[in-house]
Design a protein around this ligand. Sequence first.
Ligand SMILES: NC(=O)c1ccc[n+]([C@@H]2O[C@H](COP(=O)([O-])OP(=O)(O)OC[C@H]3O[C@@H](n4cnc5c(N)ncnc54)[C@H](OP(=O)(O)O)[C@@H]3O)[C@@H](O)[C@H]2O)c1
Length: 268
Amino acid sequence: MPATAASRSTITALVTGASSGIGAALAALMAADGINLVITARRGPETEAMAADWRQRHGVDVSVIPLDLARPGAARELVVEIDQRGLAIDYLVNNAGFGTYGHFAVTSVTETEELLRLNVESLTILTRLLLPGIIARRGKIMNVASTAAFQPGPHMAVYYASKAYVLHFSEALAYELGDSGVSVTSFCPGATKSGFQQRARMQKAAMLNMVKMPSSEEVARAAWQAMRAGQGVVVPGLLNWLLSRSVRFAPRRLVTWGSALVTGPGGK
Ligand SMILES: NC(=O)c1ccc[n+]([C@@H]2O[C@H](COP(=O)([O-])OP(=O)(O)OC[C@H]3O[C@@H](n4cnc5c(N)ncnc54)[C@H](OP(=O)(O)O)[C@@H]3O)[C@@H](O)[C@H]2O)c1
């Protein structure tokens, strides 16, 4: 049901990577709760179609900014565009990200550069540029890390390391923001059904046969609940949570060995 004028939210959230998977499902939940949105991804038409649906069904404002956040300077361009449209961001969801599969020695250099720019650089610079406004409005930030953040990941070395960066950066930022009224949620899902596996070309990874993956919608519900509650580090799913804790007590070489079993070949 569309939000009425009286119930209309004045909150605007920026969601990156909103064209598919967890980001699309999360943006849909926010729209249903009356949150105005700025959504961005490379795929413009898909994102525009979702925006039209949410405007019509939920009565929210949705701005679409198609952009490749893996290009140098893209985070700055996005913030300039947001300013030019006269939009103010209360909630920031840094969700866009991708992985690459295979031994580092033979992975594409270009893809590695893009991964680092998207997963690490754009996330950091967007957060920095939008933070003064978010502090002024006592808003919220959610950075989508992964259970990959908790240990090294042979076969996906750069992706795992990028998510460790996201987790550590977000935890430190949450500490620095202390009693500012701004929450920083580090959301760490495990393997989830989305476009991620195909993009990473990881169909042969053993982990995909080890667990029944939740849908992006299920994971997005946990993410939205965590962000709304202003929680810190959140690992959805009991098994994911136990694994993320257990690696802290095991020798590092054993952890890397176990991780390689999970990421290594063994899938379909
Ligand atoms: N699925 C999993 O198993 C899993 C587990 C843990 C964490 N995560 C994390 O969850 C987040 C969302 O991934 P997902 O699983 O929902 O995968 P997904 O379905 O592939 O979605 C990724 C999103 O990021 C966007 N994106 C990718 N490259 C981009 C670029 N260069 N510029 C701008 N946007 C870009 C994609 O949009 P366009 O293609 O239209 O640009 C898409 O909207 C990622 O950070 C991922 O690392 C996923």
